[in-house]
Design a protein around this ligand. Structure first.
Ligand SMILES: [Zn+2]
Ligand SMILES: [Zn+2]
Length: 243
């Protein structure tokens, strides 16, 4: 059982390109190898927050190899949601070159509104064909109406992440995370379990997310990053949908 709830790769990580993170792509690859992982996504913050990477970072990133030292390397971004109409902070010309785009609300990039606005924001972001995954949705400052958003994710065929950095970065997220996991189980929406690591030493540490998923008996085969095959299939399908 333990084995079934183990990730094979981390899909939400930051490098020195986000200035409040402290490892390089090479170090994250090396750490992935040490941990016996099979894939890695590097997802630095979009340019419209103080510590975000600039657009040239994302252009350059897209030119790195798809496989580095035996690790499947997904080029990603964690874009900032900038308004409740769903604007995000990278242009489509760059987004289309990336493999894994997470969209999140951050205090540094958008002032919280009310519950209806946050809900509207997520619904609009889901419609953006370049967004692959919704990030740390449990944040109490951006509370939203869970059910319609999870249903919209189901219809779109997209996924969300359960973020293991939430108890530190977004205190009070747990109750929301539990409700979101329950709804994903009810509507059969796949998830990924991510570290949101800002340095190599907690890369792949998704114990918080996995404990919640296990407790709620979320089917491990619907946690897509427990299998390289499942995540490859998802990225490939999304790539076709982005054309
Ligand atoms: Zn974030
Ligand atoms: Zn992050």
């Amino acid at each position: 059982m333990e084995e079934l709830y183990r990730i094979k790769g981390d899909l939400h990580t930051h490098t020195v390109a986000s200035q409040h993170a402290f490892s390089t792509v090479s170090e994250l690859i090396e750490q992935s190898k040490l941990l016996g992982l099979e894939f890695l996504a590097v997802t630095d913050h979009g340019p419209e927050m103080t510590d975000g990477a600039n657009r040239l970072h994302f252009l350059g990133l897209s030119r790195l190899p798809d496989e580095i030292e035996g690790i499947r390397f997904y080029k990603g971004a964690e874009v900032n949601i900038k308004n409740f109409s769903g604007r995000i902070d990278l242009d489509n010309s760059i987004l289309k070159k990336l493999d894994f785009v997470i969209a999140s609300y951050h205090m540094e990039a958008i002032k919280p509104g009310d519950k209806e606005e946050h809900t509207e924001g997520w619904l609009n972001v889901i419609k953006n064909k370049y967004v692959d995954c919704l990030g740390h949705m449990g944040a109490p400052k951006y509370d939203f109406d869970h059910e319609p958003v999870i249903k919209a994710l189901k219809e779109s065929g997209k996924i969300l992440e359960i973020n293991s950095n939430s108890p530190i970065a977004r205190k009070g997220s747990e109750e929301n995370c539990i409700d979101i996991i329950r709804l994903c189980k009810k509507y059969d929406v796949p998830v990924v379990a991510n570290s949101d690591s800002h340095h190599r030493w907690n890369l792949g540490d998704v114990s918080y997310s996995m404990n919640l998923l296990k407790e709620l008996e979320f089917p491990p085969e619907r946690i897509l990053n427990t299998s390289k095959g499942l995540i490859d299939e998802y990225v490939l399908r999304r790539k076709k949908e982005k054309l």
